[in-house]
Design a protein around this ligand. Sequence first.
Ligand SMILES: Cc1cc2nc3c(=O)[nH]c(=O)nc-3n(C[C@H](O)[C@H](O)[C@H](O)COP(=O)(O)OP(=O)(O)OC[C@H]3O[C@@H](n4cnc5c(N)ncnc54)[C@H](O)[C@@H]3O)c2cc1C
Length: 427
Amino acid sequence: MKRVAVIGGGWAGLAAAVEAVSLGATVTLFEMAPTLGGRARSLEGIEPVLDNGQHILIGAYTETLALMRRVGGDPDADLLRMPLRLRYPDRETLRLPPGPPTLAFLRGVLGCTAWSRRDRLRFLVTSSLWTMRGFRCDPALTVAELCAGLPRAVRDDLIDPLCVAALNTPAEQASAQVFLRVLKDALFSGPGSADLLLPRRGLSALLPTPTSAWLQSRGAEIRPRRVQRLEAAGRQWAIDGDAFDALIVACSSVEASRLTRDLAPHWSAAAGAFEFQPIVTIYLESAGSALPAPMVALRESSTAPAQFAFDLGQLGQQAGLFSLVVSGAAPWVARGLDITGAAALAQAQQHFHWATPPRIVRVLSEKRATFACTPNLRRPDPLVVPGIWAAGDYLAGPYPATLEGAVRSGLAAARSAMRQPLGGMSD
Ligand SMILES: Cc1cc2nc3c(=O)[nH]c(=O)nc-3n(C[C@H](O)[C@H](O)[C@H](O)COP(=O)(O)OP(=O)(O)OC[C@H]3O[C@@H](n4cnc5c(N)ncnc54)[C@H](O)[C@@H]3O)c2cc1C
């Protein structure tokens, strides 16, 4: 049996470990944090359960949903599925009806009465051009440049919030090529692919906790340890003196760069070159209150940081608990978390009716939430050196930093590791 070490128990590492076990490996998973899940986990020892950041999945996350099922989860029960609907406190914009994707998009745009007839037609013409060009464009373009010809209302109501939510990068800096790929897979790849899937349970319960049980029941070992060094050991690789046939480095790009500096300097430099964008999540509490929908879009401005609000009561988590999300949050982090929290609270107070005065429960900031998804970004390939593969949301691929990108890269890394003949590191 092959011995495979997976370094990092985020969603990429968990996917890699499950796949390697399924393909017959003996797996050891190293995780330095007290809990599995990485950037998509619940905070430890807190009641009610709070995640380290509000996450949204979409119907196109096919591999993530399949992985949840594989480890015994039930995504149909654990996620609230809703057709894509961008609802602001004062009005509704795009709402996709069910049905075949192109028809649903056409009907959704034509039915969007928040936009003038002329704006709707201009948007349809532009999206037809994107379709005809296979959702490809000059890789140097930003989303703002790509969409400069679109009506202001379509950019404000749809493009800008979608861009910052999916790429965690403002439209003026975000890669148009990656954005088009997200649009293609979400809006045009199959019935339900654009559906929003909102967690009805904490993130840890969605995947990390069931995966931990699944792995351990199949003989995998989970070692709560930070890997410090990767060392060659004959035709194998060693961690802490323990030899493995293959390594899957599924930690953050920064840690992967550190671990591979001497073994693969070029790969390490590419992994170490990313810039990051933070996400701030503000949890609010207000007994007896409810938002008009489980998820409501908000307009950000220089005084209003949040782009989305979630009602965790309507999601079946905790009545009277709400989260506000600030993506692409670098300017707000620079202003300070107290100021950001207070501004988000004021924004929520202004837009929603509250049965009791809302108060801040927590302001959480993930400074390196995702890499900044900018044009012409050079993302490293999964093969580091023979015998060592990387997995993670930052690796070369069509997607921005997402759960689906992480899971897909983990599955791919495990398959490559298992295809390699024993002792393949020196080939
Ligand atoms: C606040 C926030 C909101 C987000 N919202 C969304 C969303 O709505 N939808 C979406 O799809 N994505 C979202 N994302 C992105 C998504 O969470 C990430 O793309 C995904 O979790 C990345 O998984 P990963 O396994 O690649 O990396 P990570 O989650 O970073 O996992 C790496 C793991 O490696 C461990 N590790 C690091 N170094 C070592 C070492 N030396 N030894 C042992 N262990 C080590 C770390 O502790 C960590 O557990 C969001 C992210 C954040 C932070």
